[in-house]
Design a protein around this ligand. Structure first.
Ligand code: FAD
Length: 463
């Protein structure tokens, strides 16, 4: 006899409400639309959405899934959305937004649904700051479980190196606190392993005494791209780790909110961030400011709460296609290869092609080792385009051509937060062999029923 799993699963779904003390939405019911991700290119159509408010809700969803043959995945904002189908229960953490600041220990305990701006705003009155990423609308936990490369990464290191502990529900529905002292294997794997070892319900992070930074972006006309990119390459070779920078060839659409000098044309943004000696930071930036005539210059001493202004990432949901290459070095030929495919006259369909300077504190071995690999990359190349149906194939093909064009200088690696989730080569690009082995072994131990075996999670190939 063949089991009609689709029908049987649909029949048991109403029982999910008995496992959790929070609203559940099935397809077509009010609340189901909350699974819509920020990156609308991902198809997120789960069997049910659990609007979790407590760790017990998360554990209940996992126990239900284990009992009735579903898998479980987690989403906070959908900035890193992965495809989700009708065999999966989606735990939506957006309501778990609590954020407690302890100014004495300089820590924040943050719920799984908090976004970086929530923590930045709560910490600012104490003159403290979390190590957020470039976009304050991104979720804290999704970012940290992928390592977290922030605008100050060279100066203060990887954001997940500043995690003190996680509360996590594993695939057996058990709640653990993971820290360097307690359940250290989980603590290792949650920093870089995304949701492989469980669904995090809250995280305790360091806050740093940063009230202001010197930063922003100097924007140049696209016609100056070659001069600006080559000058940036030479300039970054000598920069101390007190300063951070990336450079982006941008083609922003003429939409409300986009400043007139940047809208509907190619521009080049030199992003810059520094803490500490602002006069020295200004002096270090001066040669880049003088390479060509800026069309806009937003670099100034800014409150930390304005961190999002440096990259000025998009805020509203959109369909995104992204790719990444990590580079050992950036010789002039590599810059020429990028310019040939993404510079003026190239016909590039990408919204943004970004080179980011890495190294500094990121490259040093952290106090507590983690599942984040590839600290040795000198630069990253990120390619971001709109995955609108009519141009999605062109954008994806061009992104591959661009990463192929720099393959000679690439480490072959990618970072967990930037590696495309649809790529079957993702695990071997994101993790080295040892890390893959240990993540898979821990996943087998903490989730023997493979309830969380969906999306970006790492598993051994055989069940
Ligand atoms: C505009 C933009 C700017 C970005 N800037 C940066 C940047 O500067 N630096 C950087 O490192 N990354 C950056 N990213 C990547 C971002 O950090 C990842 O996409 C991250 O996964 C987003 O987390 P989220 O919770 O917002 O997204 P979601 O789509 O909700 O979650 C993505 C994934 O994170 C994991 N996750 C989420 N919640 C949990 C949980 N409770 N427990 C366990 N795992 C969980 C899961 O694997 C989930 O599939 C950026 C992304 C965008 C779209």
């Amino acid at each position: 006899m063949t089991l009609d799993l689709t029908r049987d699963r649909a029949e048991v779904l109403p029982l999910l409400c008995d496992y959790v003390a929070t609203p559940v939405a099935l397809p077509g019911e009010p609340g189901y639309e909350r699974c819509a991700p920020w990156n609308v290119a991902a198809t997120v159509a789960p069997a049910a959405v659990v609007m979790a408010t407590t760790a017990q809700d998360v554990a209940g969803a996992i126990r239900f899934a284990a009992a009735y043959g579903f898998t479980v995945t987690v989403q906070a904002t959908g900035h890193g959305a992965v495809g989700v189908g009708a065999d999966t229960i989606l735990v939506q953490t957006a309501a778990m937004k609590h954020c407690e600041i302890d100014p004495h220990s300089r820590t924040a305990r943050v719920g799984a649904g908090a976004r970086w701006q929530d923590v930045i705003d709560a910490a600012a009155p104490h003159g403290l700051a979390p190590l957020a990423g470039s976009a304050p609308g991104v979720g804290v936990v999704g970012y940290l479980t992928g390592g977290g490369i922030g605008p100050l990464v060279r100066t203060v290191g990887l954001s997940s190196d500043h995690v003190r502990s996680f509360d996590v529900v594993t695939g057996e529905g058990r709640l653990f606190r993971a820290s360097p002292r307690d359940n250290a294997d989980l603590f290792w794997g949650l920093r870089g392993g995304k949701a492989t070892l469980g669904i995090v319900t809250s995280v305790e992070i360091d806050l740093l005494p940063i009230a202001q930074f010197y930063g922003g972006a100097v924007y140049f006309d696209g016609a100056d791209a070659a001069a600006v990119l080559h000058a940036w390459r030479e300039w970054t070779a000598e920069l101390p780790e007190t300063v951070n920078t990336s450079i982006a060839i941008q083609q922003l659409p003429p939409l409300p909110g986009i400043p007139e000098p940047l809208a509907g044309r190619m521009t080049v943004a030199v992003r810059y961030t520094a803490v500490g000696d602002f006069d020295e930071a200004e002096r270090l930036l001066a040669p880049m400011r003088a390479v060509a005539t800026p069309v806009l210059d937003t670099v100034a001493v800014l409150p930390y709460a304005a961190l999002g202004a440096v990259h000025a990432d998009p805020v509203d949901p959109m369909p995104i296609h992204e790719d990444q290459a990590l580079l050992r070095e950036l010789p002039a030929e590599a810059v020429d290869a990028v310019l040939a495919l993404a510079g003026p006259g190239s016909g590039s369909p990408q919204v943004l092609v970004e080179l980011r300077l890495l190294g500094g504190s990121l490259a040093r071995e952290p106090q507590h080792r983690s599942a984040f690999c590839h600290r040795d990359a000198a630069y990253s190349l990120a390619v971001i385009g709109l995955a609108a149906p009519e141009i999605a194939d062109v954008v994806a093909g061009h992104a591959s051509a661009l990463t192929d064009a720099v393959a000679r200088w690439s480490t072959g690696g990618q970072m967990p937060n930037f590696a495309p989730s649809y790529d079957p080569a993702r695990p071997s690009r994101v993790y080295n062999d040892d890390t893959l082995h240990w993540l898979a072994a821990l996943a087998d131990r903490y989730d023997p029923g493979r309830v969380l075996a969906t999306g970006q999670v790492i598993r051994t190939t055989t069940a």
